[in-house]
Design a protein around this ligand. Sequence first.
Ligand code: TMP
Length: 399
Amino acid sequence: MKKEFLNLGKQPIANGFLCEKEIKNEFFFDLKVGFDKETKLVTQMEYVDPSLMFNENYAYRGSMSITMKEHFKFFTKYLQGILPQFPFYKRNPKVLEIGSNDGVFIKNWDYKYTFAVEPCQNFTEETNNMGYKTYASFWDDHLSDLILKEEGPMDLIFAANCICHIPNLDETFRAIKNLLSDDGVFIFEDPSLSEMINNNSYDQIYDEHPHIFSIIALKNILERNGLTIIEVNNTTVHGGSNRIWVQKTKDVKKIDVSVEDNLQHERILGLDKFETFERFAVRVSQSKEDLIRILKQCKEEGKKVISYGATSKSTTIFNYCGIDKELISYITDTTPEKQEKLCPGMHIPIISPQKGFNETVDYAYLGAWNFINEIKHKEKEFLQRGGKFITHVPIVKFI
Ligand code: TMP
């Protein structure tokens, strides 16, 4: 039973960047978030049909950020270093990535034993051309059976920023258990609920994230599907994520202390209680007021404010706060697919940084606040000449 604690209003498809003539057909839905009393899962009250988001027009590219490329390269190096410790290593392990996007993770692995699943056909084509057999489909029981039949069990199943995109978690985990070899490992990374609560980063919530995971909720849902968490790593990517290592319950030999440490930390934060999220909703509403006030003040002072990074997160912010091109002149983004389009819902124009990030800009709202270090490093000149970034994380402020 889900109980609502937050209403983020009418929202469009977060990555649905569009042109003028598409505005009249733009899709909107009510973004309401609730708490499932049984599993303790934070989840949307109603889910958007995945085919409206993940199709051949999908605009988000993992490879657009140096941080993400380095993150996956570094993790692959670590993983390949420890693979010999796993019993399956002796038999030429098979690797599968679910949600391979533009290949930012798999390109570090050999195509001879690495397989991929990706429903967005623009990317399926790319990774197939790179030599990786890529299944152009959503992850479900049917696909799991098909891969099992064609390739046999997988020893390592990886998914980054993908599992929290899938509405039906019971089917997702059941299908993973079906395809995983008995001594295999399933590793997945997704934004962390405790970090979202600590950072007041409510913009983690948008159509593509039907759930924001706590370890408490994941443990409940994985266990009822015959899977056990054996380790948890806290990472800094995407504003604070968790990497969760999972094995089939009947084959677990050892559980790392990080699992209980994380559960304990989350219990202290109250992530197993509805009241925690009611208090969060009050802070979200305050954040909205503060952001509007600061942007209006900039306008009154005649300052030019733009937004840095046309992110899915900023779709939530702009639509919830009603921020349009009166307050933000335009957005700059490095992704070619987003440039010369309008942002979803509020229709602020998006241009390349070469065109728009210049000396006329006084302030830049950090749509991509999760890449703050990379951006501060890149934009030293802007900061040196007195330019400032604006963020809402963890409170609304200038940087
Ligand atoms: P994300 O926060 O959903 O990962 O999206 C990040 C977006 O920000 C992506 O479209 C690329 C863009 N971006 C820039 O435009 N400049 C940058 O320096 C970085 C790091 C990202």
